[in-house]
Design a protein around this ligand. Structure first.
Ligand code: ATP
Length: 883
């Protein structure tokens, strides 16, 4: 259906017209057809996730041990172990569900947009809101948002590989198809999920969501890539190593207990509980939540993460390769000067507001060449400038918007494009060609208008327009014109050259058409740097991150902008020079050069690869269709949210919602913070667990009674590994996080330096706890009270020890302790839970606790203080030894 109908029939079948649906009709259809999306994988059943927690062999052993204790009459013990295991699993379930939920909500933010006509006005809407009958405008680089019948197109080419598997672009145009035509050969239809690689089109939506061809085949929506991140993988390996180590230690403790003739079941329970407690099984969920929460923070900093691993990699970035236009600069383009007919003109006015004058000291501004130049700028153009909410806006590209505004200032209305002429053909602009051509039929003959980078237009021109008529563009004239171009570009202006010619046959090849042009002149467009970029570049320098500008613009303009924002412009290199270099030479150049100009997307790819060969972790920005390979190759591919194509966005790991370079640097800072937080709580958990092992070992070696019962060990694990660790993950970044070089790629969470600290502090905490037990027993206090003091003491020590992981390199006397609200709440809640356990009678029975006296609290607090002091002593000693 539809493809074998004429456009008028399709309009009436879908009850729509060329002006689009009315808002009311669109709304009504949305309620009938539903949102334009593919069904998603159903969320995992929470009960299955809960059961998953019991898969661990150790937990099963622990449960068996609990059953045995019940059998021999230790009913309370057995029930508490059960309860704690269930509580732990519920906590894991909660964390897992929370992680999955945050990831699902992120997915909504990655939706595609669609350009539709509604109520006769063009508007950008969420592609999910499209309904059959909507009129959609499609441009090169966009993903087709639904199944669409094409009734108008210019040079349309579509990559249908998502449907057919073949990635050769196929041409599409309007025209009725035979009823037997197979789906993918229907040239008047474009299908959801396919990509416009070239040209543009207008069409009417025939099917949405699961009714589309793609919906029928694929069925399931692509979502944010949450596959295991490198960090999660590293932690997994670390967790496994720790797991093996703790099982061995627990076994050793069990055997030691047997040698010491301790009670078999009690030692078995202690051993297994210790193993369960020490294995950081909650770590993966805490990491996922930290990363997912981090993604939210990233959004506040205008970085939309498409791939959870990107957050981690961002923190390791050692070089950022960035586009210039729109990323380093504002992308607010205004024509400032014109050169044509051997004269310079100055243009006044700001932005797209068509108010301003074209002035020249030497000539009146109604020169015929100037007239033709400005007209060429308007006709070789796909952008509209119009008044919206009291402000002139450009719908299209800013460069072209500037040229339309110039025309309007000159008194040419934008309707000129259709008055007395009809559009015949376009050869579209691409970053590789750096020029664009439009052909119109005017009074029976074809006129070709071309604009582009000066090098391109000069190379295609045979004549030039002068006040004495058309003249041959000799090499000498070309040199003079290039001189003018460099002078204009030297002021930081973006230069567009313009030319035209009359042609007989618009069906010649592109090269034949864009040949023997009549050169008209240059326009100089200003695009000032974003004010915040200079500071961001400086921040990168402090953070040991190189910034490389890679632009399609001219080297002279690039240098001028580079100087303004503080990028070294000593060795600017051009794309043609890169072409002449082999990979080694390019690698050598990359050690020095920070500005690459007149590059094509292919150069970007080579540059990234070479940087990676040199061991750099790279971030690369991109917006065009052809930028995908470079974006995919770089460690963090960054697509522009505003001017980026769907193709670039789909190839990226992160989307910059404001296209701003400064946001990338914010993202890096956030990435560093998150990694640092994950490292903090991982180290905290490991150090605390190590303290527990030492406590039990020391008590046994000193032939004391059992210092901690199984239920107490399990409780400690629950108290410290959950709320505190999670809250530590929300910590702010250290003040100097952007003052040190990036951490080396793939560094281990546990390095030699941290292991030293963890062991040292673990020994100290274990020693203190065993010491309390020893001295209280020695002082003749009841064993139960001494054990309670050791139990609560150990928890309090770990809670205090947590502060040692905040701002690890800052002295304890200068550290801020109370500035993380969630940490304060988690800390107080954990502390309150301990009070309940020692002072509430039923809890006392379950956890074998006795109320602590003021004296006990005094000693525990004093010992607790020493934990902070020992960390400081370690820090000072380490600094002295390193120096
Ligand atoms: P960046 O790569 O930093 O974003 P850019 O936008 O200048 O820089 P391109 O879009 O590849 O890079 O443009 C390269 C050159 O092509 C520009 O310097 C300009 O001379 C010319 N150009 C840009 N846009 C157009 C256009 N719409 N039509 C014709 N020529 C254009």
């Amino acid at each position: 259906m539809y493809y074998d109908n004429k456009p008028d029939e399709v309009f009436s079948l879908l009850d729509s017209d060329k002006g689009g649906l009315s808002s009311a009709s669109a709304c009504e259809r949305l309620s009938i057809y539903g949102r334009n999306r593919l069904s998603e994988k159903p969320a995992r059943n929470p009960f299955l996730i809960f059961l998953d927690q019991f898969k661990s062999a150790l937990v099963i052993i622990l449960l068996i041990a609990a059953v045995i204790s019940a059998a021999v009459g230790e009913i309370v013990d057995s029930a508490v172990i059960f309860a704690i295991v269930v509580l732990n699993s519920l906590l894991s379930l909660y964390l897992t569900l929370k992680a999955e939920k945050s990831i699902r909500s992120l997915k909504g933010m990655l939706s595609h947009k669609a350009n539709v006509l509604r109520n006769n006005m063009s508007e950008i809407i969420d592609a999910e809101l499209l309904v059959p009958g909507d009129i959609v405008l499609l441009e090169s680089g966009s993903t087709v948002p639904a199944d669409i019948y094409i009734f108008n197109s210019v040079n349309l080419h579509v990559d249908q590989s998502s449907l057919t598997g073949e990635s050769v672009a196929v041409g599409k145009q309007s025209g009725v198809q035979n009823a037997e035509t197979p789906v993918t050969e229907r040239t008047n239809m474009v299908f959801m999920g396919t990509i416009i690689t070239m040209g543009r089109a207008t069409g009417i939506v025939t099917a949405t969501g699961m009714q589309t061809e793609f919906g029928r085949i694929a069925g399931l929506a692509k979502s944010i890539d949450t596959g295991t991140t490198r960090l999660q993988l590293k932690l997994d390996i670390l967790g496994r190593k720790l797991g093996i180590a703790s099982v061995l230690i627990a076994f050793a403790i069990f055997v030691l207990g047997l040698f010491q003739d301790r009670e078999l079941l009690s030692m078995f329970l202690v051993g297994v509980s210790l193993a369960v407690a020490v294995i950081p099984e909650g770590l993966p969920a805490v990491v996922t939540i930290t990363l997912a929460l981090g993604v939210r923070n990233m959004i506040n900093r205008n970085c939309l993460i498409r791939n959870l691993s990107a957050t981690e990699t961002l923190g390791e970035i050692s070089v950022i390769c960035t586009d210039k236009t729109g990323t380093l600069t504002k992308n607010e383009m205004t024509v400032r000067s014109i050169y044509c007919g051997a004269r310079f003109y100055t243009v006044t006015g700001e932005g797209y507001q068509p108010e301003g004058k074209i002035l020249s000291e030497e000539a009146p501004a109604d020169d015929a060449i100037l007239n033709r130049l400005i007209l060429t700028g308007m006709l070789c153009n796909n952008t509209d400038v119009f008044l919206q909410d009291g402000k002139y806006t450009a719908a299209g590209t800013p460069t072209e918007g500037a040229l339309v505004t110039l025309g309007m200032k000159y008194g040419i209305s934008s309707n000129e494009r259709t008055r007395n002429r009809s559009f015949a053909k376009e050869i579209e602009f691409t970053s590789s060609r750096k020029r664009m051509t439009s052909i119109y039929l005017e009074n029976g003959s074809y006129c070709l208008y071309c604009k582009g980078a000066p090098e391109q237009i000069l190379a295609c021109s045979a004549l030039y327009a002068s006040s004495d008529g058309l003249k041959e563009l000799t090499p000498a004239v070309k040199v003079e014109l290039e001189d003018v171009y460099y002078r204009m570009a030297g002021e930081g202006l973006r230069i567009i050259a313009l030319g035209y010619r009359m042609i007989e046959d618009p069906n010649l090849s592109d090269n034949e058409l864009e040949d023997a042009l009549i050169f008209l002149g240059f326009t100089g467009i200003s695009d000032p740097p974003r004010p915040e970029v200079r500071e961001a570049v400086e921040k990168c320098r402090d953070a040991g991150i190189e910034v490389i500008m890679i632009t399609g613009d001219s080297p002279v303009t690039a240098r001028s902008i580079g100087r303004e924002i503080g990028i070294s412009t000593d060795n600017a290199v051009c794309g043609v020079e890169i072409d002449r270099m082999n990979d080694d030479e390019l690698g050598e150049i990359l050690k020095e050069c920070r500005v690459f100009a007149r590059v094509t997307p292919e150069h970007k790819f080579r540059i990234v690869k070479q940087l990676q060969m040199q061991g750099h972790v790279t971030a690369m920005t991109g917006d065009g269709v052809n930028d995908s390979p470079a974006l995919k190759q770089s460690d963090v591919g960054i697509a522009m949210g505003i001017k980026g194509t769907d193709v670039a966005k789909d190839a990226s790991d992160m989307i910059l919602t404001d296209d701003n370079f400064a946001s990338i640097v914010d993202g890096v800072e956030e990435g560093r913070r998150q990694y640092e937080n994950i490292r903090r709580f991982t180290n905290f958990i490991i150090s605390a667990n190590f303290g527990e092992i030492i406590t039990i070992l020391l008590a046994m070696l000193m032939h004391m009674p059992v210092i901690l019962f199984a239920v107490q060990i399990l409780w400690i694990n629950l108290a410290t590994d959950s709320a505190l660790a999670l809250a530590l993950g929300t910590d702010r970044s250290a003040p100097d996080s952007m003052k040190s070089p990036p951490r080396p790629h793939n560094t281990d969470i546990l390095n030699r330096e941290t292991v030293g600290f963890l062991l040292f502090m673990g020994l100290w905490i274990g020693g203190l706890t065993a010491g309390i037990f020893y001295f209280m027993l020695k002082a003749g206090l009841p064993e139960a009270e001494a054990r309670s003091a050791a139990f609560i003491g150990l928890i309090i020590f770990e809670m205090i020890h947590m502060f040692n992981f905040r701002e690890a390199d800052v002295s304890v006397f200068r550290k801020s302790y109370l500035d993380n609200k969630s940490l304060n709440i988690a800390w107080l809640a954990t502390f309150a839970a301990q009070l309940v356990i020692i002072y509430w009678q039923p809890a006392q029975d379950v956890f074998y606790t006795r109320p602590l006296s003021m004296n006990d609290w005094f000693f525990i607090s004093l010992a607790g203080l020493s934990i902070i002091l020992m960390a400081e002593i370690y820090r000072v000693l380490r600094n002295v030894l390193i120096k």
